[in-house]
Design a protein around this ligand. Structure first.
Ligand code: 5GP
Length: 201
């Protein structure tokens, strides 16, 4: 895969704590900017009501997920919140970049670290909540997790918030459209690659 020059920065990785609105912001980009290619991850988690196989996620069982990893078909993968596996299918990312399209991945911090190993010139964007209280309010408000799962996700969120400095830039998710616009600006006109991350002269 080409990771050099302008190509490398065409890949944008969005990460951030649970319930901050990563999925909603990515959906906004899908709906409003078809020129941006948005990755569909594979996961072993069960679909939530309204989620569509092949569109929200590729929902696979544990055996299929292991097979995808073992055969090198995942760009990155991780167990998230201690239970389910999530991963980015490699080939569609390579195809989007080969087609010259800006590409967006929405993944967790472990996955972001793996992508940075493989593609140091990619742009890493942290989506932050306006405040911790607002994050808790959003997680409780969406009502898709039970109390135990919420507690687990909030523990992960604390670690993820502490890792914010690792990212190239932060977007505070005050409103979906504003955060989405901000993200699209970065996808279409990325800032230069820092000198210590350049893989081509
Ligand atoms: P959810 O179960 O709420 O859809 O997602 C849980 C977490 O999994 C989120 O933090 C999300 O960023 C992360 N995630 C989704 N897709 C991927 C992926 O392909 N790779 C990794 N590493 N994490 C993912």
């Amino acid at each position: 895969m080409s990771t050099g020059g302008a190509d490398g920065r065409r890949l944008v990785v969005l990460a951030g704590p649970t319930a901050v609105g990563k999925g909603t912001v990515c959906q906004w980009v899908r709906d409003n900017h078809p020129e941006v290619w948005v990755s569909v991850s594979a996961t072993t988690r069960a679909p939530r009501p309204g989620e569509v196989d092949g569109s929200t996620y590729h929902f696979v069982d544990h055996d299929e997920f292991s097979r995808l990893v073992a055969t090198g078909q995942m760009l990155e993968h991780a167990v998230v919140h201690g239970v389910n596996s999530y991963g980015t299918p490699r080939r569609p990312v390579e195809q989007a970049l080969a087609d010259g399209r800006p590409a967006l991945l929405e993944i967790d911090l472990q996955g972001a670290r793996q992508v940075r190993e493989a593609m140091p010139e990619a742009l890493f964007v942290f989506l932050a909540p306006p405040s911790w209280d607002e994050l808790v309010r959003r997680l409780v408000g969406r009502g898709t997790e039970d109390a135990e799962e919420r507690a687990r996700r909030l523990r992960t969120a604390q670690d993820e918030l502490a890792a914010q400095d690792w990212f190239d830039t932060t977007i505070v998710n005050e409103s979906v459209a504003a955060a989405g616009e901000n993200l699209v600006e970065l996808l279409l006109d990325p800032p230069p690659v820092p000198a210590d991350r350049r893989v081509t002269p």
